[in-house]
Write a protein of this length. Structure first.
Length: 64
């Protein structure tokens, strides 16, 4: 069903919906945010090592 006289998509409305209603999971990679189709396999070994180093640093700094 078409609700407008001319065909096509309202790109401004679609962009607004994408920006305001797209949920990003808390563990999503932020390093490749430009390509939304890439998954965890796009992470490099250096990025994984840096993430584990950050976790170890947080554990070492936390009070026990």
């Amino acid at each position: 069903m078409h609700t407008r006289n001319h065909g096509g998509i309202d790109t401004n409305f679609a962009t607004d919906l994408d920006a305001n209603f797209t949920w990003t999971p808390p563990l999503a990679s932020q390093s490749h945010a430009d390509n939304m189709l890439e998954g965890p396999e796009s992470l490099t070994e250096d990025e994984v090592t840096a993430a584990f180093d950050e976790i170890e640093q947080c554990i070492a700094e936390s009070p026990r």
